[in-house]
Ligand binder design. Sequence first.
Ligand code: HMG
Ligand code: MG
Length: 311
Amino acid sequence: MIRTMPIAQQTAIRITEVGPRDGLQNEPDTVSAADKVAFIDALSDSGVAEIEVSSFVSAKWVPQLGDAAEVFAGITRRSGVVYSALVPNMKGLEGAVACHVEKIALFTAASETFNRHNINATIAESIDRFRPVVAEASAQAMIVRAYVSCAIACPYEGPIAPKAVAEVVRRLLDLGVDEIDLGDTIGVAAPTEIDRLYEAVGAVVDPGRTTLHLHDTRGTALACLLRALELGVRSFDASTGGLGGCPFARGAAGNLATEDVVYCLERMGIETGVSLPRLIEAGSIIERALGRRLPGRVYRAETSGRCSDPS
Ligand code: HMG
Ligand code: MG
């Protein structure tokens, strides 16, 4: 049996803004480092707790983020905001250390086929690769997050058993990572699947030590977030204006939009610490740089000039 808590009794939650990384890795055109810096600086002023700035991965695989070092050098780091980056291996960690990154995010999956497409490794190989990375990151006093992609389903294998996700989580915790992040990479989850996921994962880690990373391909992500809140999850990833997707997961659309999360939770009386107007300002910066409208619903409502929230 899983334990639930009424949403009304929830305390503040943590939002990690992943737009600069997950959002921009999937864009057909590369955004300039200067535009990324302006976007991230605006996000720093919005009150989000953490910003996933970029990735230290191969620029042959993800050219859109080949300027991670330049972006880290350009941003103004605001005290109280955590700035993180994706790291797949020791080479990535070296890049992150050189840029004084305080938190890294390793990434593997609960699907062998997705992992092979994404990082050219089996799950076991990826975990072996992470061992020295976690040891060195801990020696450098870095915080280590570990993503498990395809926590609900895989674009190649279909549904993934919650037990398989829990097993990957257990192996990552054995390595000594600080935080587990569960990804619905292709945005298929319904709230009942979040129940089943946490029934299995809750046996190896407290939901309060996990983050949920929802893509909103089918419009179910906010419902899943609300269900996860009842299960004790406190930390969520989201992306400005609903940017996002993974180049190695066919059909994956953007992340759950940060504005949608902030709007809904604040209206429910749950503190996010994020200013919606400032977030929208940050969204306008990246929207101009991309030259197209962002898809997020609250973002659109608030910037269309027709139906902004009167309250
Ligand atoms: P590989 O080809 O197997 O690696 O790629 P390799 O060790 O054989 O190296 C190949 C080349 O890459 C070499 O350079 C290395 O030096 C270089 P060359 O000799 O050809 O000039 N290289 C690197 N360069 C920069 N930084 C590094 C690095 N490592 C090797 N860290 C590798 C393996 C992991 C590097 C590759 O597969 C890769 O970079 N993949 C990127 C995957 C990625 O970024 N995917 C998107 C993010 S994950 C995601 O979006 C899901 C998530 O949002 C959660 C969710 O939604 O579920 C997190
Ligand atoms: Mg993602």
